[in-house]
Design a protein around this ligand. Sequence first.
Ligand code: XMP
Length: 514
Amino acid sequence: MEKEKVIVLDFGGQYNQLVARRVRECNVYCEIYSYRTDIEKIKAMNPKGIILTGGPNSCYEPGAPTYTKELFELGVPVLGLCYGAQLMMHVLGGRVEKAPVREYGKTEVMVDTTSPLFGNVSATTICWMSHFDYISKIAPGFSIVGHTADCPVAVAENREKNLYAIQFHPEVLHTQEGTKMLYNFVRGVCGCAGTWKMDSFVENSIKAIREKVGKGKVLCALSGGVDSSVAAVMLSKAIGDQLTCVFVDHGLLRKDEGDEVEEIFGPKGQYELNFIRVNAQERFYSKLAGVEEPEKKRKIIGEEFIRVFEEEAKKIGAVDFLVQGTIYPDVVESGVGGESVVIKSHHNVGGLPDCVDFKEIIEPLRDLFKDEVRKAGLEMGIPEKLVFRQPFPGPGLGVRIVGEVTEDKVRIVQDADAIYREEIAKAGLDRTIGQYFAALTNMRSVGVMGDERTYDYAVALRAVNTIDFMTAEAAEIPFEVLQTVMSRIINEVRGVNRVFYDLTSKPPGTIELE
Ligand code: XMP
């Protein structure tokens, strides 16, 4: 049976991946292609629908991204969004001009609910607008089925030919009924049955990886974090023992984390893969001895990581491919858009490794958002404990110990953090707080325990709520939970006599202490 596919043609807008994501949420398979993709290639893919994305250009300017008129004559439903809508009108004989009023933000749109796009949508609905240009005249054969106070053509349709143009962005959540509109397009207008699920993504990726890798050798830097773990398992399912995973234990992991990663991925684990654990603790501690400056610490840890990884790669010999667990937000952060040609993202493992001799990078998760990566992980049977793991910085506890890192300080912060995490989970807060951990301040102070004077360290507890990790606010943790954590840490962790709760927002603070 031929797979149902919707194609998203990328005109350089910011929300293109979101469009694809919303289509996937309608259980329809979706691929993104550049607007430069040849029409013959598109025909050969036999899509059930085509969506043209937004973009930063003005379609009437010379050299602006465009597409041949033939696209609209294939008999395949086409939905244009923002720039895509304007382009559709422009190419088919309508007119697009600079708008007298720029619309930006949440806007009330009045829609014709008899349009196939607006089944189950309210007649007046809030949408996200972001445009300088506007459609001043619709193309022949079209009618207007949506407008705002400032925009006479917010939506136009040629129902007979299944062509739809939407000026706003149904793919962003600010468009309150946007997902319904996209659902109406892909499931209604395009007639997709909606049989695609995350397991199909996993299955397709595995097939594609097999084809790409052939008999080649693949190396994966496994950190034990969600992304690299999901990528590693996918690769392992695809190519078995052609894959080698290198896990560098830098001695700055959370308590027992090294063993947990080994338990899952090592020889006794459920996956058949070549797993190399490098216990490099001593090496890292000795490089970090006496170093207090945060950036210097980060650099040392990053560089040493690469050196260890490189040494292992050399032992394995010529490696054809390197796997990275890059996910879509990483791609955005690195400023690498879909329209960019050379993609070499060294984001995930702290700048891996120009020095290792491999031919190509495989990034099987680069189109997914974090929650989709988690879904893929669950589909492949990765334990929940790992799938729902919190973000953990590459330099690990190195940036959660203020000042010099020593083995003893690592022990303190590991033990305190384990207690904190245990109590947060017991209180049922572990899936509600964005990120939480214990850190070690470099402060020592006087206390009394039993009849003895103590002069010990202060632990800082951090817990933040955040959506994008760019801004964050301290989470409200019930006082009795904090008290339990405090009392357990002071009783159970040698070398600590004081516990602080860090109330700082980001900005002005950062989430990690260094
Ligand atoms: P900050 O401290 O910058 O942290 O507010 C924001 C988020 O990023 C994580 N973080 C890192 N992740 N390598 C990483 O992979 C790093 O060097 C790094 N530094 C911070 C941090 O845990 C938080 O989630």
